[in-house]
Each structure stands twice: as C-alpha cells, then as structure tokens.
Design a protein around this ligand. Structure first.
Ligand code: PLP
Length: 457
C-alpha cells in the first residue's frame, strides 16, 4: 500500500480559516425566509432581534456576503481544539479490501464530543459582545447543551439549559458535565415557566419532549431583556459557523492534491453536513468543480428522502418561526425504539433548497446497520463514533464496497462528527441483540404532513 499520504493531515494554526464561508452567496435560488407564524410574512431584523442577538440576526439574513470575518476571539478559542485532523482511514480500507480512498474529518476531539462547539462559541461570543447576561437553550441528548456550557464558561456568560426530563434522568453524566462548566440545567417540563406549569398540570408525570423544552427556553429568554435564545442546528447562521469544518477539510486536501469524488455527512438538522460541504458546494454552484454529495439520515426519521418541501414549524410546540424545508411535519415523532439521534422532523432551509435544486443526494439507513458500521469502524479505526456520525460511516462503507465490485478508486470524504461515550445504552442494546429497525409507514408520515400549517408562500 502506498503511504505517501499520512494517516493524519493536520493544518498549521496559521493555515486555519480567518473567514467563514456563506454558501447562500453562491446560490441562485436562495433559501426561503423564516416566516412570522402569526402574519405569514418574512421575519424582519427587528422581529428576529427579540430572539437572537443583533450580529447573529445579520448573519441569519445575509444571503449575499460570500466570506464573513471570524472575530479574533473566536479564532483564539478555535485554536484550543482546532484545526481538527483529516484522517486517512487506511485501516478501514484494508479491512474492506476496497480500492476506494477514504478520509474522515474528525470533530469529536473536544469535551463536548461533537462539532457543535464551532457554533456554540460564535453564538455565545456575539451575545457577550452585545452586553447580554446570558443565553437559554434546550438540549435533548446533551451535546449541544454541553458545547454551549463550555462556550459560556469561557466568556463568563450565564447559561440556562432546559434538558428533556427523560434525558436528564437517564444521562446524569451529560448533565454533570454541563453543571461542571457552570450551566444551570433544568429538567423540562419544569415549574420555572408558565408553559412548563401548564404542561405539568395537564400531563402529570410526563418525561418531556424537545418541543416542550424549546418552549420553556424561549419563554425564559423572552421575559428577560438580558437573555437571548440560541439554537444548535438548522439555522443559516449555524451552517455559516460550521463552514470552518469544510474550509479546513478543503485546505488539508489541497496540501496533497487530493480531489474527492464523494462527500458524505449525516443529517439531523443539517449543520455538520452544511458546514462540511459548504466550500465544495460553492465550487459546484459556481461551475468550477463537481462532487457527489450525499446526506445520510435515519430510516426512522427520513426528512429528505420521504418528507415534503414546505413551510413548517421548527418545534413541536409550534411557537417558533416557520421555515421552508423538507419536513415530516412538526408533530412527527420518531419511534421509541430509535436510538441513533438525528431525530429532528425537518432540515436546514439552505440544504433543503440545494437538495430541491438537485445539487445533492440523500439516502436513509436503518439503525441496526448503522450500529454494525459503528462497531466495524471502532474495531478498525479505534474511535468509538457517535451513533449520529455512524450514519455517515454506514453510507461510506456502502460506497467503498461498491468500488470493490467495480474496481473504481474513488476518493470518499466523510464527516465524523463526534464520539459516542454517552450513548452506551444504545450500544448496549445493539450488543445484546435487542435493537430493531422501525420504518414509518406512508400513512404515518401522511398523517403528520397533513397537519402542516397553511401558508401562502
Ligand atoms: C447534533 C449532532 C449531529 C446532528 O446535527 P446536525 O445539525 O445535523 O449536524 C450529528 N452528530 C453529532 C455528534 C451531533 O452531536
């Protein structure tokens, strides 16, 4: 095996990006604007300013600026855990006996264990710069809450996390990591908000939901002018911040003149995938280069492959703005046996538009095959992947096996978004043979899609 390309391609600190890349600038068809659910009109900067801090509102609405300066303080924070390595998966290639060349960009090398820190620090920085006291958010599995706690600790900003009660109780270690970084973590629903009290009165003993936790976090931010609400995926601003992943990947590949044929990422709300593919998609949009780009989603929550492109609520509580996206309907809830994350019903409006216009593909994979790929990867490459990341591993292995059949030496790059140490209950299920697959029926999806809000847009 030729080894001129090292196992890990690192960039020097001075080769790290100084600007984020905004793919919307190169899109002919811009993503549809967020709508005010009350009026059905696009949200303006003033309305958005009640929810997000000013600089982030500007980024959210900016469809034209191609590159946006990364403030020095954020670049300094990035240096604590970036640049992240681009790894040549020589061991996996060998195991698969494939002629394909496989690379992965590893974002799990920080305490939050995922790429979410890239946007958490940016969102916390702009809140601090605006003189705010703190931020509120929700967290389900806990990666986003952990990333935000780390960023807020660094900037001395108050951080209130509403954590879905069932996770709060079942993932005590995640909760303690957040508290160690100084965040206050409240199990949701709680008595600290009106909406929480109402839900508790109606459903005593409920273990909560993401939609409910969002409602509580938004209410708390709304009643104190010193706070804003922040979100870890889906939004245009989050994809912008995550472009640091793609910019570093591109710079590392260029060092060795590597041209990827296929770029693969898992898709929940779309932030890691949007960030990884951003600069490559830019070249594709400008007609400079071509790549196959594949989004991988769970068969139990298949927004791209079986969803509808329409305006929908971002939350199950139906209080957030309407976004035009591929969606299964905000009332869609993945089956209880779904253990692998990526359970959001919708998809980033930017990626939705690109998918709609034919610039990328999507596949869905079943969770037992995802955990099989995760295990194979852990045993060959050493890293224990997050179940979310393992969706991308599954699709990568499938593409590499196709290359084995055809003899094609394709170059595949995929995003390894994080590590899975806090997901051992899911791994335990898989190891015990207790994991099953669930694919929603067409009727089930049609029933929640039938409840999409009526919008004339
Ligand atoms: C949150 C998360 C994802 C999915 O979110 P996207 O916004 O789709 O990127 C994927 N992998 C890991 C490790 C995560 O924490």
């Amino acid at each position: 095996m030729s080894k001129e390309i090292p196992y890990k391609i690192y960039l020097e600190e001075n080769e790290m990006p100084e600007k984020w890349y905004n793919v919307r600038a190169d899109m002919k068809n811009k993503p549809a604007p967020l709508l005010n659910p009350g009026t059905g009109q696009p949200l303006n900067a003033e309305e958005l300013g009640a929810v997000f801090c000013d600089e982030l509102v500007a980024q959210e609405l900016d469809n034209d600026t191609q590159y946006i300066e990364i403030p020095q303080e954020i670049r300094d924070f990035y240096k604590m855990y970036r640049p992240s390595p681009l790894v040549r998966a020589y061991c996996l290639e060998e195991k698969l006996q494939t002629p394909a060349k496989i690379y992965y960009k590893f974002e799990g090398n920080n305490t939050s264990g995922s790429h979410k820190l890239n946007s958490a620090i940016a969102q916390a920085y702009y809140a601090k710069k605006q003189g705010l006291k703190g931020v509120t958010t929700e967290t389900g599995a806990g990666q986003w809450g952990t990333a935000l706690s780390m960023a807020c600790a660094y900037l001395d900003l108050d951080c209130k996390v509403y954590m879905v009660k069932v996770s709060y109780e079942q993932k005590p270690f995640r909760r303690e990591v957040m508290r160690t970084y100084g965040a206050s973590v409240v199990p949701s629903p709680s008595e600290t908000t009106e909406v929480g009290k109402k839900i508790l009165a109606e459903h005593p003993g409920t273990t909560g939901s993401l939609g409910c936790a969002i409602s509580e976090a938004v209410e708390v931010a709304g009643r104190d002018p010193g706070y804003r609400y922040v979100l870890g995926s889906v939004l245009n601003q989050v994809l912008l911040h995550q472009s640091v992943i793609g910019l570093e990947t591109k710079a590392a590949l260029e060092k060795y003149d590597i041209h990827p044929d296929i770029i693969i990422g898992c898709a929940g709300g779309g932030s890691n995938l949007g960030g990884l593919i951003g600069p490559f998609m830019g070249e594709k949009l400008r007609g400079e280069n071509d790549y196959r780009i594949i989004a991988v989603e769970p068969a139990s929550c298949p927004s791209f492959t079986r969803g509808t492109y329409a305006y929908d609520f971002c939350d199950t509580g139906m209080i957030c703005p309407l976004a035009k996206m591929y969606t299964l309907g905000s009332s869609f809830i993945p089956s209880a046996n779904h253990a692998g994350g990526l359970r959001f019903h919708g998809m980033s409006p930017v990626l939705s538009q690109l998918y709609h216009d034919g610039y990328m593909e999507a596949v869905s994979v079943e969770q037992t095959s995802v955990f099989e790929a995760a295990t194979q990867f852990a045993r060959t490459e050493g890293i224990l992947p997050a179940p979310e990341s393992a969706h991308a591993i599954r699709a990568t292995i499938d593409e590499a096996l196709k290359c084995k059949e055809t003899g094609e030496e394709k170059t595949i790059v995929f995003g390894l978004t994080g590590t899975g140490y806090f997901d051992m209950v899911a791994y335990e299920k898989y190891n015990d043979g207790d994991m099953s697959d669930y694919i929603p029926s067409d009727e089930e999806i049609a029933a929640s899609v039938a409840k999409l809000p009526k919008v004339n847009a």
